[in-house]
Write a new protein. Structure first.
Length: 143
C-alpha cells in the first residue's frame, strides 16, 4: 500500500540570509555600545631617576701574533716568546693602572695554536679574564 502517493519529496534547504542578518545586527549593537578609550587619555606621571654616568669601556690591549711566532703588544716592537712570566709582565705594563683590561688577540690564520694559548696563559697569570679574538670577514668569491 502506497500512502505517500506520487508526491516527490522536497529536500530541506538551509537559508543563510536570516543568519547573516542576525550576525550583522549583533555586530552593529556591539560597535555602538562599546566605548573606546585611548591610552593617551590616561594621566600618567612617570617616576624620576638620576642616571649614573655611563660606564666607561675598559681599555683594550691588542696582542698581535704572526705566522712566524712573533708577538707584538699594543703596537710595540715584535718580540719572540721567552717565558710566560715575561709575557705576563709585558701585559701588566701595557695595562698600566687598568684593573680589568680586555685582551684582544690578533692572530694570523697560520699561527700555531700553542702561540695563542701562550697569550691566554699569560693573561690568566696577570689576572685578566676578558679575552677576545679579532677576526675578519671572508672575502666573497668574485663571479
Amino acid at each position: 500500500m502506497n500512502l505517500r502517493g506520487d508526491r516527490s519529496r522536497d529536500e530541506p534547504e538551509i537559508n543563510f540570509i536570516p543568519l547573516i542578518d542576525v550576525m550583522l545586527v549583533i555586530l552593529i549593537f556591539l560597535m555602538v555600545t562599546t566605548t573606546y578609550q585611548r591610552v593617551t587619555e590616561l594621566q600618567i606621571t612617570l617616576p624620576q631617576a638620576d642616571a649614573a654616568t655611563a660606564r666607561q669601556q675598559p681599555r683594550e690591549i691588542e696582542v698581535g701574533l704572526d705566522a712566524q711566532g712573533r708577538y707584538s703588544i699594543a703596537g710595540g716592537p715584535p718580540f719572540v716568546f721567552t717565558t710566560p712570566e715575561a709575557m705576563t709582565a709585558m701585559l701588566r705594563s701595557a695595562a698600566g693602572s687598568e684593573r680589568e683590561p680586555v685582551i684582544v688577540i690578533n692572530a694570523d690564520a697560520r699561527a700555531s695554536h700553542q702561540s695563542v694559548v701562550r697569550v691566554m696563559e699569560a693573561a690568566r697569570d696577570a689576572g685578566y679574564t676578558h679575552i677576545t679574538f679579532a677576526t675578519q670577514a671572508a672575502a666573497s668569491p668574485a663571479r
